[in-house]
Design a protein around this ligand. Structure first.
Ligand code: FAD
Length: 475
């Protein structure tokens, strides 16, 4: 293997894999450096195992919501079978399949820890201690992702808390689980382990779950968790954690003076960039910082347009689909620059990740699901937009009523009155995540409301919510 490549990609999570795929497709020689499993956090300890854990309870809930099917779905989830299915989705934490895929693109894979060592240079420290020095002709793409943050509280280190890694890979169901954090990871993992049989307590600092979404999303998701048996305590902070002995239960102390006992405690309290030991200081950047980029994913503060940060590492949007979108953009940017072409930064050009700024879709896979794209009402107000908020009960749509008896859910559409377009939408309800992409197309495409009126949803599907929202808007 040559030690000089057109492009060096550090980190082979979903984002790094896609950057390499795009640069190889453009005919650029590409090295990929990975210190753990090819496929990254998403494949083994995040998106895939969490959704594999959440799908069986969702399937059971869907059957139980329909008279006639309900009578046949009276049993309990088979936790061992759910965990085994999860294990198969993560290929038992072996990455042979993804290694083959990377190799099939023609990229060279280097196993080891990558570090920048000055401009366009990356050293790779292999597991056996050997060090290889790689040079990039055109670009280095940092795709090192993020890691869970555990707050530095008294007793925490000795309590061996779960992070998202343990919460998605545990082999046994804890009898009692305390979950700290009411964001997406907290509510999803509370839902999953409660469904598998844990007595779950969800501890949230704020007054509601999912604080970044419309308030009704957090309220309906919390109602669903409570109905599933989760004990929700809002407005509390953990002050210390004590584990009895090496394998005894943990006692969690709260700032309101209460204590609770659990067999495991999960901290779902945020993410930090994996840039601490990356040699950032050799190119004038701060180790441990998120890498700020422009819309072409070029790292700011570095001369020469050779360093890119893509995916979680740049903190634009901590979601796999947005990171893979950025990977497609950066692939075009690097290929264009390598060919000497100018990088065109128009909003709809292939060289600018503009969707990160206006139309980021996200689905929370709880029961009910919560799905949103674009601005919330509050964000639109803060941005000084002149908007109208249109709400509709999803259960009043015939497709939803057919989907589940007593369907409960809500939809919200935010219309920008000056542009006459949809700038945000939220759907909460069973299976509501599938409604989201139409909203993403409407927001991204800036489809005028008068034109959207002609996009006729099929009867009787849940997508008829679009018709109801538009009718309500028009009055
Ligand atoms: C519990 C949980 C559930 C989630 N569910 C979803 C979901 O349903 N949908 C969704 O869109 N997003 C979800 N996310 C977010 C998603 O996991 C991340 O946005 C995604 O993994 C980011 O991809 P990435 O390639 O940037 O980073 P990662 O997936 O973190 O991959 C980074 C890779 O870089 C490697 N690496 C790091 N440093 C070095 C180094 N110095 N040298 C060599 N290699 C290095 C790592 O080993 C890793 O393989 C979830 C996150 C969590 C925690």
């Amino acid at each position: 293997m040559s030690d000089t490549y057109d492009v060096i990609v550090i980190g082979a999570g979903p984002v790094g894999e896609n950057v390499a795929d795009r640069t190889r497709a453009a005919g650029l020689s590409t090295a990929v450096v990975e210190s753990e499993l090819v496929g990254g956090e998403c494949s083994y300890w995040a998106c895939i195992p969490s959704k594999a854990l959440l799908r069986p309870p969702a399937a059971l809930a869907a059957a139980r919501a329909v008279a006639g099917a309900r009578e046949a779905a009276g049993g309990r989830l088979d936790a061992a079978a759910v965990l085994a299915r999860r294990d198969s989705f993560v290929s038992n934490w072996e990455d042979d399949g993804q290694v083959s895929w990377v190799e099939s693109t023609g990229a060279d894979l280097f196993r080891g820890h990558g570090r920048l060592d000055g401009p366009r240079t990356v050293t790779v420290e292999a597991p056996d201690g050997g060090v290889r020095r790689l040079t990039a002709r055109h670009a280095v793409a940092v795709c090192t992702g993020s890691a869970a943050v555990v707050p530095d509280l008294p007793g925490v280190a000795d309590a061996r808390p779960w992070t998202s890694r343990e919460a998605t890979s545990a082999k046994e169901v804890p009898g009692r689980l305390a979950v700290v954090g009411g964001g997406v990871v907290g509510v999803e993992m509370a839902a999953a382990w409660a469904a598998l049989g844990s007595r779950v307590t969800l501890l949230m600092r704020g007054d509601r779950a999912l604080p970044r979404m419309e308030p009704f999303a957090g309220e309906l998701v919390a109602e669903g968790l409570a109905a599933a048996g989760v004990d929700i305590r809002a407005g509390v902070s953990v002050t210390r954690v004590d584990r009895a002995g090496s394998s005894g239960p943990v006692t969690v102390s709260l700032d309101n003076g209460e204590r609770l006992d659990a067999d495991e405690i999960l901290f779902a309290t945020g993410r930090a960039p994996r840039t601490t030991d990356l040699g950032l200081e050799t190119v004038g950047l701060e180790p441990g910082s998120w890498l700020e980029t422009d819309d072409a994913l070029r790292v700011q503060g570095v001369e020469g347009d050779w360093l890119y940060a893509v995916g979680d590492a740049n903190h634009r949007s901590l979601l796999t689909h947005q990171g893979k979108y950025q990977a497609r953009v950066v692939g075009s940017v690097i290929a264009a620059r390598a060919a000497g072409a100018p990088v065109d930064g128009t909003p709809w050009g292939p060289h600018a990740a503009t969707a990160d700024n206006m139309a980021v879709p996200q689905v929370v896979f709880t029961e009910p699901e919560a799905a949103s794209v674009g601005l919330t009402a509050r964000e639109a107000e803060r941005a000084g937009r002149r908007t109208r908020v249109v709400d509709y009960e999803l259960g009043d749509v015939s497709g939803a009523a057919l989907y589940a008896d007593d369907y409960k859910g809500r939809a919200r559409m935010i219309v920008d009155l000056d542009r006459n377009t949809v700038v945000g939408a939220t759907f909460v309800g069973p299976h509501a995540g599938e409604l989201l992409h139409a909203a993403t197309v409407a927001v991204t495409g800036e489809v005028p409301i008068d034109r959207l009126w002609h996009a006729v949803p099929s009867f009787p599907t849940m997508s008829e919510i679009w018709l109801r929202l538009l009718e309500t808007y028009r009055g």
